[in-house]
Design a protein around this ligand. Sequence first.
Ligand SMILES: O=P(O)(O)O[C@H]1O[C@H](CO)[C@@H](O)[C@H]1O
Ligand SMILES: O=c1cc[nH]c(=O)[nH]1
Length: 276
Amino acid sequence: MSTNAPPTALKPHVDGRPPHLPCGPGDVAQDVLIPGDPDRVGLLTDMLEDVVDLGRRREFAMVSGRYKGHPITICSSGIGGPSTEIALVELAMLGAKRVVRIGGTASLVAAMPVGSFLCVDEAIGSSGAARFYCAPDAKTRADPELRTALLEAAQAAGFTARVGTVATSDSYYLGQDRPIEVNGVAMPLDGSVLEGFRKAGAHSVDMESQVVLSVGKRLGLKAACLLGVHANRATNEWLTDYEATQRGLFTIASQALIASFSESSNEKETEHVRQT
Ligand SMILES: O=P(O)(O)O[C@H]1O[C@H](CO)[C@@H](O)[C@H]1O
Ligand SMILES: O=c1cc[nH]c(=O)[nH]1
């Protein structure tokens, strides 16, 4: 029996189930991993134990389970700002507290080869969705504790990783200086978009990180982004088989969530012992 008010235009939830994500109250762990591609949720499911497949609606595929006993939900965001904003808001309404985007990126520097990892310190860019959550000139930074935990987890597991800045673009083709040729006609390109991102300090480009960090911050979540280098725009390399990189993203992010979770719990425990 329905215990809630009927859905309205302002709050189209039914019994606490949001209008977009395929889940409801009690389904979402406090710690959530957010890949872009819904197919990657299926790819990563065998790395969890006690899996509950929550299903898929539009670009949002979801599972909840445990990694080394620690509860984790994986929820895809789809490509770009609008669907990422929806995922973040509905996850937060259902109890998510810490979110890590685990996605692909194109590096802008030769020294970040395909298959390596970027622990995002700051996201810059021009995302339209992010603008509703933070001032255009606001710094959009990752939660420092989570970002440090990501780097430490990557290094401990022997992955090549660095800390840096990502620029988020709302466009994959012209908004990332990619050539388009339609009916034999090439669109003019001058390379100014990526050059602008490089001048602003970006090490790579993606399409969601600025949204994850700005929406997450505004909602009071601890948010971070760990990106796998799928392409290198300085050397024109492209990662054809990205499964190992995606599994690396899952392992590093899950380890970091566990390590930083126990660190805060230990601190609380120590605090409690000191007070008693
Ligand atoms: O691999 P994901 O997480 O989808 O991220 C990158 O790949 C997509 C573009 O192909 C965009 O979503 C971009 O941010
Ligand atoms: O080239 C790329 C690769 C991943 N993500 C992007 O946004 N661009």
